[in-house]
Design a protein around this ligand. Structure first.
Ligand code: PLP
Length: 487
């Protein structure tokens, strides 16, 4: 029912039963109402929405006609998805869903992740040459390759947060890191403060592990006082935050904000899981320089990691090589107190016994080269961010496009709450994107769309043209028959 509170919004002049059917259709399309969900009876729904039984009966009939519901007398009504034709012929259909390989993933606005840097292949080659040294051992490194743990600890120390290798656990990506941490520190039913909007896969992981998300708005930045109040009011012991180029807004919390947040953490005793996956993607100087056609000036200093501002036991940091180097490495890590790392390593032993050695060795080589790789990626992202911004201004002049401080995406504001409509329409044109509500709880952000600028400028231009076509056709019915992963 909370998902239907605004079912009449944005449907002026449309009969009530159509507005209701359309709202339900969008909830199914967006995955918020899973397939095979039994819907309330027509009478119950009419009472709850304070509308007539004719409206709900007609809405369910229309849903069935559109292929979004099935039902029978006595058995009730449940959600389904219709089959669609012709999509796999699209020239820009993402490989991970079509079964028709397009390893480059053109047409994929759902993915905020870059291609591999030129240094990646040589890093693998160097790693392969080193493998013979490791072959006499059993190959299991549950806490991670000691060399990589040491290199990551050094990276934190250099960033202003003294760290020992024993405080690092290597994982298969930041998402596994989050899963492991929740496995150890979360009790079923615990409330977890999350930014609103937030990274969808994190919110989903929290829910799957039994947590209840408490949203705190961050579209205008972090209001630490409000966060403290929410933590006290809800009894949340845990928060999941991305203060280093937040996904999807690109915001960065400055040193003063971190100091304030650190004091609030000490005061409330709340534990913070801070996800630094985007930390290397700083556009604060590269973006204005690229826009003005100037050489890149000295980068601005990054604020120290959040863990430098709070009591050691209270901040658990997640990191990843996915955005700094490449998602295909599947390398992430956790930085925490030594006793907690030991507990996490035990949990990890029960899960998958550790990660692959070759990727860990390759990541050591990439970290040795991280300065130039970072600079090059920031430059690339700045150029693509400008190209996408211009393409949106050109093709979708009534959309509002913000200037991000960093990260991989534009968090665009639409003139109407039609995000899910546009996403569904775009898919029929072979462009995948994640609608705004995926980044929110309970249907929020229907007026937002996240557009990553991870692809080449040529792809971004053609994808934006397709998006504009989808925007123009947003009033028509569109369907899709499967779901997508958001990175
Ligand atoms: C904030 C954030 N955390 C974690 C991840 C997933 O990282 P990994 O590929 O290391 O699992 C992503 C990927 O998009 C992300 O944006």
């Amino acid at each position: 029912m909370p998902m239907l509170t605004d079912w009449r919004a944005a449907s002026e002049g449309v009969p009530g039963y159509r507005a209701l059917a359309d709202r339900l259709r969008l909830l199914v399309l967006d995955g918020r109402l899973p397939v095979d969900t039994v819907l309330p009876s027509e009478r119950t729904l009419a009472e709850a929405l304070q509308t007539s039984r004719t409206t709900t009966t007609s809405a369910y009939r229309l849903l069935r006609e559109m292929g979004f519901a099935e039902g029978s007398q006595g058995a009730g009504t449940w959600t389904t998805l219709p089959r669609t034709e012709g999509r796999a012929d699209s020239p820009i259909w993402p490989e991970h869903l079509s079964g028709d390989p397009d390893p480059i993933g053109r047409g994929d606005f759902s993915s905020a992740a870059l291609e591999a840097p030129a240094e990646l292949y040589p890093a693998y080659a160097a790693a392969l040459a080193e493998m013979p040294r490791y072959l006499p051992g059993n190959g299991y490194v549950t806490s991670g390759l000691p060399l990589l743990r040491a290199r990551i600890a050094q990276r934190y120390t250099e960033a202003g947060l003294p760290t020992t290798p024993e405080q690092i656990l290597i994982t298969n990506g930041a998402l596994q890191a989050l899963h492991l941490v929740l496995d150890v520190v979360l009790e079923r039913g615990d409330r977890v403060l999350v930014e609103h909007p937030t990274y969808p896969a994190a919110a989903q992981t929290i829910r799957t592990m039994g947590g209840r998300c408490v949203p705190v708005p961050v579209e205008d930045g972090w209001d630490v006082q409000r966060m403290g109040t929410l933590i006290r009011q809800t009894g949340a012991h845990l928060a999941y935050l991305m203060v280093d180029f937040h996904n999807p807004t690109g915001h960065l919390l400055d040193e003063a904000g971190r100091r304030e947040l650190g004091a609030m953490i000490a005061d409330t005793g709340c534990r913070i899981i801070v996800d630094e996956t985007m930390r290397d993607l700083d556009l604060r100087t590269t973006l204005p320089a690229a826009r003005a056609g100037l050489a890149v000036p000295e980068p601005l200093p990054m604020p120290r990691p959040l863990a430098a501002f709070a009591p050691a036991e209270h901040v658990i940091t997640l990191g990843s090589a996915s955005k700094s180097f490449w998602g295909g490495l599947r390398i992430g890590w956790i930085r925490a107190s030594q006793p907690l790392i030991r507990r996490l390593a035990l949990a990890r032993g029960n899960e998958d016994m550790g990660g692959p050695l070759l990727e860990q060795l390759a990541t050591v080589h990439l970290l040795e080269n991280q300065g130039p790789i970072r600079a090059h990626r920031q430059q690339l992202l700045a150029e693509r961010c400008i190209a996408l911004t211009e393409a949106v201004h050109r093709n979708l002049p009534d959309w509002t496009v913000p200037v991000p401080q960093g990260g991989l995406s534009l968090w665009c504001q639409l003139p109407e709450p039609r995000s899910s409509h546009v996403a569904a329409a775009a898919r029929t044109l072979g462009v995948w994107l994640t609608p705004g509500p995926r980044f929110g709880l309970d249907g929020a952000f229907e007026s937002r769309i996240r557009l990553p600028y991870a692809r080449s400028t040529a792809d971004l231009a053609s994808m934006t043209e397709a998006l504009a076509q989808a925007w123009r056709s947003r009033g028509r019915a569109h369907t899709l028959d499967d779901d997508l992963t958001t990175v």
